[in-house]
Design a protein around this ligand. Structure first.
Ligand code: PLP
Length: 437
């Protein structure tokens, strides 16, 4: 008989290995997951930075059921719908006054594709059709579709599909392991100046947009200083290059503010969101567009300046009603205030682990997204089984789901997590680390 798990093509993992020891989630509630054997886990990663308002959230569920009885689909080519209009308005209220247009999508990759295509069409329609080059950073991940993957700078995820669409990459500000051994501030400055260097060398008249993940995930929770974004904003303005933020992880409260742009000190021209936007209750993402860009797409029918792209499930009423319910929950439960209290509490608990485990070299993060970095026990990269992956497995044994990267584990629980649940999470993590050392 065929093992039913082996019919699922799992993401990024070897199917055979997964099928031999599958992790099958049967149900979930609050911050807890339950597997098909009834074992309970703390969802220490909110699915994958998605489940912002917890699992089985009754406010969200009630809204979804209500919307299901009204309208579940409206064709995006020929119509708008009430939840989409309301959600677009709410999102625009959360961003500066010059953000007034939202292009919905059903996943982060789609939102990135939208921003890339919109940047190209924008320059076409504003007298610069020769501006087509995109600059992103090494170490970034922007999604699995070919455009978003081409912009991504993680070689492990790119190589199987190369050559991709030609895009340019500069170094990310990895100040904790700067190849030039620069101090943190200097490292960020040197990295941001690379954008200007590349724009100049490529010819500014050919460069359309810069795309950055304002807090980098795969690269190891890298938070550049405000000066990085302020300089980047100035460089983009100087050369008429659009600035795009990938806030697919950082958006919707994960970093303590609704969008990380609020902390960056500089807003982009387009801001892409996804993941936590629907809390995982529906596939939902969006590209939020500043007037500077959107006005190039507003005209008479004969001007033919409409955005020439679309997605069947964009602005789906069920997904948008879900997004509204998530925002309602944020407001009703003052979730951002809660993150402002519970985030530092989680951080202090994780930092305390350093007293027991000398192999922890850093604990960094913001909001409810924290990373614990360990000494590199595999410096030559010879083993595939580095400390992060081993700890991810050990944590799973102890009933905790976290994400392991080569030398790091990321902890990003639902934004609803309470103090006693944080204690429980860190307790399980402590046991997992002890199991390994
Ligand atoms: N951008 C970032 C920063 C991401 O982490 C991801 C996915 O992990 C994406 C974009 C792509 O989003 P999706 O997988 O929803 O298409």
């Amino acid at each position: 008989m065929v093992n039913p798990v082996s019919r699922i093509m799992v993401d990024f993992q070897q199917m055979k290995t997964f099928a031999e020891d599958p992790f099958i989630i049967e149900r979930a509630e609050d911050i807890y997951l339950y597997d098909d054997h009834g074992k309970q886990y703390i969802d220490g990663l909110s699915g994958v930075f998605v489940v912002s308002v917890g699992h089985s959230n009754s406010t969200v569920l009630e809204t979804i059921v209500d919307q299901m009885q009204r309208l579940t689909f409206s064709p995006p080519l020929a119509s708008a719908n009430i939840p989409a209009m309301k959600l677009a308005e709410r999102i625009c209220e959360l961003t500066p006054p010059d953000f007034n247009v939202v292009k919905f999508a059903s996943g982060g990759s789609e939102a990135i594709e939208t921003a890339l295509k919109m940047a190209l069409q924008y320059h076409n329609q504003t007298g610069h059709p020769e501006k087509y080059k995109i600059i992103a950073t090494y170490g970034s991940y922007h999604g699995g579709t070919l455009g978003a993957l081409s912009a991504s700078g993680v070689s492990a995820r790119r190589t199987h599909f190369e050559p991709l669409i030609g895009m340019l990459h500069v170094h990310p500000p990895i100040f904790n392991r700067c190849p030039l051994q620069l101090a943190a501030g200097q490292c960020a400055t040197s990295c941001v100046l690379q954008f200007e260097e590349v724009i100049q060398r490529e010819d500014p008249e050919t460069v359309a947009a810069v795309l950055v993940e304002p807090v980098m995930n795969v690269e190891g929770l890298i938070i550049p200083p405000r000066s990085y974004f302020e300089m980047l904003r100035n460089i983009c303005d100087k050369y008429n290059v659009l600035l795009i933020y990938d806030e697919v992880i950082t958006g919707f409260g994960r970093t303590g503010t609704m969008f990380f742009a609020e902390q960056a000190g500089a807003w982009p021209d387009m801001l892409c969101t996804g993941k936590g936007m629907s809390g995982g209750y529906a596939p939902l993402a969006a590209t939020i567009v500043a007037d500077k860009v959107s006005k190039a797409f507003w005209g008479e029918a004969e001007d033919k300046v409409q955005f020439n792209a679309g997605d069947t499930f964009a602005g789906n009423p069920l997904a948008c009603a879900t997004g509204l319910a998530v925002l309602d929950y944020f407001e009703q439960h003052q979730l951002l205030d809660h993150v402002a209290q519970i985030g530092p509490y989680l951080a202090s608990k994780l930092r305390a682990l350093k007293d027991e485990f000398s192999t922890i070299v850093d604990v960094r993060g913001l909001g409810l997204w924290w990373g614990v970095e360990f000494e590199n026990d595999n410096p030559a990269g010879k083993s595939h089984d580095d400390i992060g992956r081993r700890l991810e497995r050990a944590a799973r044994q102890r009933g905790l789901v976290v994400r392991g990267a080569p030398t790091m584990i990321s902890v990003a629980p639902p934004l609803t997590i309470t103090e006693s649940q944080v204690d429980d999470l860190v307790g399980r993590l402590t046991l997992a680390i002890r199991d390994m050392v």
